[in-house]
Design a protein around this ligand. Structure first.
Ligand SMILES: O=P(O)(O)OC[C@H]1O[C@](O)(CO)[C@@H](O)[C@@H]1O
Length: 624
């Protein structure tokens, strides 16, 4: 396989640059400042934030009342003179010529002083990124390398073993996709004689990238259509399977889980396997696993002889796995040019390796995030692509940014409660939903506009009014919103691409992956672990264990002659868990709603009054 090497595209913007206009300086909270924040037992975090400016405080909902005068307008040192703004725009415009990608940071009001103060920290971040790309243990808690950048430039992998793993996997993906699309590999009992559908089972990083890319890039009539099970919601699962109907026989089921043990994904797999059994189909002939070698999923797929298995690498995190088999296999099966995605990502990576900040788009993004959110996530990132096909970009970025940056402790072990909140859907749709609040309401965000210059494929456009197309309206809405927000001191970044293509989508993914990496170094946190997720998973496990105990107690009482309905207090006492009575109530209500427990007396609205028993006595369980 030819290696996918990056193509360096020098930015043309440097010739146009001057120093930025001198704007009032916003204080930089240093990493040290954040690192030494004491731990307060109350857990309240508002007082952990660096002091806000008087202008900020004047806008706080805590200090305003319906009778008080409107808050004094926050100025933030935002430049309003159109000619000066134009110069700032031109001075700071980043262009990646070959990718046709522009980054406009002119509507973020960072100052020269801020830049000067950030420069050494950015240089440190660049150095850390270089080490990361060379194979340093950049995820120290898990003792792992962080290698998603090698996926699109395998020759950068720190050794030939890893390089070959990447190249061989890409070859295998392309060959498998070709064999499926060309019906060289067929489903055993489909009247269609070929695979027509993909059912992707996975969650988080094992779903969001493939979902985003499918929405962005799948052709109108893809060789295989894709649908997703990305939750353990039984009704959602049933819906997906019902939608497939008889086409289940020609469905390729791709089960994606890096760990191979995520409960939601396991449940999805078991549900799909049941549907296969009920339809008289052999799941193993239609199942594909993407997971780490020797995971539970990998072992099951190997032992059951599934159609194919593709590796997930230890050194690729779920939220940065779009360019691994996780993203590439589903994309290739939909007829998307995955090599172009890799080329786009590789070109963007190359551009982001420069240590000249203004030529480095990922660094510019990180810098803007730092400025806009005071380096402590004080403002949310609203992502607004003005293109329907990029609808899921904000959802994809939500995990990439929030799971990476949302951390309690920094790399020195100090509590910092970091993160940046990300949300957004698409423009101009959102203009009719929440832009009202963005323009006039609480000032707790900055916006990223994603602009796509090409409205339609050439030759398809038409004017719905003299001189005006639908695309002109979309353009006008974007530019109008950008201006209106800025006029009210709301800062924004604009990323512009020519078209939504595999190359530009690959570049966007790479741009944000690197921006997150750089920003994480600026705030001194580990972007590559997710210890917080474990707490919820552990708690869910404990609840399911409690449910089993409740069931067993109820079963025992329901097997008595006559049946002994129990109050919640009695159940809690017999479970030796009086402190869990609220959870026991919730468990009972959930089981009752699903006809698995019967309420003998009272109703769920009056918890103290209810007495519960099971409809059936399971004698076997009594003697387990
Ligand atoms: O791919 P896996 O191991 O099933 O994990 C799915 C997701 O769960 C998490 O580990 C935690 O939510 C994510 O980081 C990950 O993308």
């Amino acid at each position: 396989m030819a290696s996918i090497s990056g193509v360096c595209c020098p930015s043309s913007s440097s010739a146009l640059r001057r120093s930025s206009p001198l704007l009032p300086r916003k204080p930089i909270p240093s990493t040290r400042h954040a690192a030494t924040i004491p731990i307060f037992p109350s857990g309240r975090s508002s007082h952990l934030r660096p002091a806000r400016s008087i202008a900020d405080i004047s806008q706080s909902p805590l200090t305003s009342s319906s009778t008080s005068p409107p808050p004094e307008k926050k100025t933030l040192g935002i430049e309003k003179d159109p000619i000066k703004l134009w110069h700032r725009y031109v001075d700071w415009l980043y262009q990646h010529k070959e990718l046709g990608l522009f980054l406009d940071v002119s509507r973020i009001a960072f100052t020269d002083e801020f830049l000067a103060e950030m420069e050494p920290r950015l240089q440190k971040a660049f150095h850390a990124m270089q080490e990361l790309e060379k194979g340093a243990i950049a995820n120290p808690d898990e003792g792992r390398m962080v290698g998603h950048y090698w996926l699109r430039d395998p020759k950068r992998a720190p050794n030939s073993f890893l390089r070959l793993q990447i190249e061989n996997t890409l070859d295998a993906i392309c060959k498998f996709a070709y064999d499926i699309i060309s019906a060289t590999i067929k489903p055993p009992s489909s009247p269609a004689g070929r695979f027509t559908q993909i059912l992707s089972v996975g969650i988080g990083g094992s779903a969001l990238g493939p979902q985003f890319v499918a929405e962005a890039l799948a052709p109108d009539n893809p060789p295989l259509k894709i649908r997703f099970i990305d939750n353990t919601d039984p009704a959602g699962i049933d819906h997906q399977i019902a939608q497939l109907g008889p086409e289940l026989a020609s469905t390729l089921v791709i089960v994606i889980s890096k760990s191979g043990g995520t409960p939601e994904t396991r449940n999805g797999l078991l549900e799909v396997q049941k549907a296969f059994r009920e339809a008289g189909l052999d799941f193993s002939k239609q199942g594909v696993a993407i997971t780490q070698q020797n995971s539970l999923l990998d072992n099951a797929a190997r032992i059951e002889g599934w159609l194919a298995r593709f590796p997930m690498f230890d050194w690729v995190g779920g939220r940065t796995s779009e360019m691994s088999a996780v993203g590439l296999l589903p994309a290739a099966l939909q007829g998307i040019d995955v090599k172009e995605m890799l080329v786009g990502a590789s070109m963007m990576d190359e551009a982001n390796r420069t240590t000249v900040v203004r030529n480095n788009p990922a660094a510019l993004l990180a810098l803007c995030w730092y400025w806009a959110s005071d380096g402590v996530g004080s403002k949310d990132m609203v992502v607004l692509p003005y293109k329907d096909s990029l609808l899921l970009f904000s959802r994809y970025l939500q995990q990439l940014v929030m799971e990476s940056l949302g951390k309690e402790f920094n790399l020195d072990g100090n509590r910092v409660n970091q993160g940046i909140t990300v949300y957004g859907n698409k423009g101009s749709t959102d203009q009719h939903a929440y832009i009202q609040q963005l323009r006039e309401g609480v000032h707790n965000f900055f916006v990223t506009f994603i602009e796509v210059l090409r409205d339609r494929p050439p030759g398809h456009d038409w004017e719905l009014e003299p001189g005006v197309t639908s695309g002109d309206y979309l353009f006008g809405m974007l530019q109008g919103t950008r201006s209106a927000l800025y006029a009210n001191d709301r800062e924004s970044i604009s990323v512009t691409v020519q078209e939504v293509t595999p190359r530009s989508v690959g570049a966007l993914v790479a741009l944000y992956e690197r921006a997150v990496g750089i920003y994480a170094y600026l705030i001194n946190i580990n972007a590559y672990h997710q210890p917080g997720v474990e707490a919820g998973k552990k708690a869910a496990g404990e609840i399911l264990a409690l449910q089993k105990r409740v069931l067993s107690i109820l079963n025992e009482a329901s097997c008595k002659e006559p049946v002994e309905p129990l109050t919640l207090d009695e159940i809690a006492e017999r479970c030796h868990a009086p402190e869990e009575i609220e959870m026991i109530y919730k468990i009972v209500s959930h089981m009752a709603a699903n006809d698995r427990a019967l309420i003998a007396e009272g109703n769920c609205g009056s918890p103290r009054s209810i007495k519960v028993f099971l409809g059936e006595c399971n004698v076997d369980e009594l003697y387990d």
